[in-house]
Ligand binder design. Sequence first.
Ligand code: PEP
Ligand code: MN
Length: 339
Amino acid sequence: MIIVMQKNASREAAEDVARRVEEQGLKPHLIFGEERTVVAVVGDDRQKDREVFESCPGVDKVVPILAEYKIASRETKQEPTVIQTHDLIMGNGHVGIIAGPCSVESETQILETAKAVKAAGARGLRGGAFKPRTSPYSFQGMKEEGLKLLALAREQTGLAVVTEVMTPHHVDLVAQYADVMQIGARNMQNYHLLQAVGECNKPVMLKRGASATMDEFLLAAEYILSQGNQQVILCERGIRTFETHTRFTLPLASVPYLKSKTHLPVVIDPSHGTGHANLVGPMCAASVAVRADGLIIEVHPDPSNAMSDGAQSLTFDAFEKTMIECRKIANAIGLTMDE
Ligand code: PEP
Ligand code: MN
């Protein structure tokens, strides 16, 4: 259930309600919105007496939540969540652009890419230092050395660093360098990892598992939120279907669907979603048209020699052209994109 406080209710009143929720053996999450404060009650509340809360001072109403995900649900929080770190802003009409190579490969590669993507409008720099590769014989990433290079690129450009964390053991290490902790598609249901990033104070970008339903995706987000970390970004990166002309199948209906169910920002990854560089630009444009809150795009100085995902990586030129097109669409429908 959620307990909606009256418009003028004090913070103390909400905290008092939260204490009573705890007394009932349930977990309260206080969410302070612009208009109102709500107390999301997590735990099995079916047997609990809602009337107890209805009569508390400052309470407007008590609403049962139908969706299994509670904190992620729009029923709990109507206004969109906006994620900001450095100059990267995603949500509520702002389209944040994250771009960079699949993997960090060298100092020159990451610095050159960071400067090029920033000049074209990106405010986040992606780059994997710990890489989840399908084959154990493929390049596994530069690990901490790669994280240090990402931090150097941030120092030189001001871009926010978005990078993947693959195991709970690395959460502290990656959080020392990253501004956004990426959870890869393969780990969407690694519940210990979700709980571990839920305990850190960095925004988390959760990628949809390749065979996850929307409910499973939102419940994975709920794992992070229920640990107290309210800064979650959902990333649609395509799903596995019978189709082989693209690497995955990229369902853009996920954007309006998710936005109807959750207040969390939704970003699209058209690189993994298509697997082919020539399809990435058009899918970026389409993502903006369906009001995605951001894009994460693979860009490489020399895609044909990339150590991972070269076939789906844009050149600097192609990225710049894509940004120009996306910005036109964004402006036409009242969204904001950085120059
Ligand atoms: C990546 O971002 O390089 C990546 C491995 O993505 P995903 O987890 O979506 O496959
Ligand atoms: Mn990749």
